[in-house]
Unconditional design. Structure first.
Length: 86
């Protein structure tokens, strides 16, 4: 019975985390125009800290850290002036 309850709950947590990340990324993109020009010229950088709950079992095999770090790395590759710390 606990698996049936935890699966929908886990989906809700993942959806909430994705919405939070997309909101943070959207807000960071809405910064001042001077920040955007500094990033494109290589003169400045922005760091975003992502805090996401991890409800996996003990150990790294079931950790969501790897998942979020992959998303952060892909975002940083597309936007070199913005670093996401997971």
């Amino acid at each position: 019975m606990s698996k049936a309850v935890s699966t929908p709950m886990r989906r809700h947590v993942i959806i909430a985390a994705v919405l939070g990340l997309s909101t943070a990324l959207t807000l960071s993109a809405c910064g001042s125009s001077s920040g955007s020009s500094a990033s494109s010229s290589g003169g400045g950088s922005t760091t975003i800290k992502l805090l996401a709950p991890d409800y996996g079992t003990a150990g790294t095999a079931n950790s969501s850290q790897t998942y979020w770090q992959g998303i952060a790395d892909a975002f940083h590759a597309a936007h070199p002036g913005i670093t996401v710390q997971v």
